[in-house]
Design a protein around this ligand. Structure first.
Ligand SMILES: [Zn+2]
Length: 94
C-alpha cells in the first residue's frame, strides 16, 4: 500500500515537532489562549497542528507558513463547522 499522502509523512512530523517547540507554538491561534502541553492527545485542550489554509482548499500541509498551533477542540470545531456548512447546500432529491 502506497502511503505518499496522509499525516504520517516525515516532513509533516518534523514541522509538527518544530512548531511545538517554537515560542509561538504554545498559544492557540484560534482562541488566543495558552495550550496545555501536558493534556492527553485528542482531548479538547490538547495541542494540535492546524492549517491556516485548509488542505482541501489547496493549503500546503508541510509549509511552516501555513501551520499554526491550536487546541484540538478549537481545531476540530472549526473544521466541523465548515463541513456542516457545505452539507446544508441543496441536497434534496425528492
Ligand atoms: Zn483554542
Amino acid at each position: 500500500m502506497p502511503r505518499s499522502k496522509g499525516r504520517t509523512g516525515r516532513p509533516y512530523l518534523r514541522l509538527r515537532d518544530t512548531l511545538r517547540k517554537s515560542p509561538g507554538g504554545r498559544v492557540c491561534w484560534i482562541c488566543g489562549e495558552e495550550i496545555d502541553m501536558a493534556a492527553p492527545p485528542r482531548t479538547p485542550r490538547s495541542w494540535s497542528l492546524d492549517h491556516v489554509v485548509p488542505l482541501d482548499k489547496g493549503g500546503a500541509e508541510t509549509d511552516p507558513a501555513n501551520a499554526r498551533a491550536a487546541h484540538y477542540g478549537c481545531n476540530s470545531s472549526r473544521g466541523s463547522r465548515m463541513a456542516t456548512r457545505s452539507k446544508t447546500t441543496t441536497s434534496r432529491r425528492w
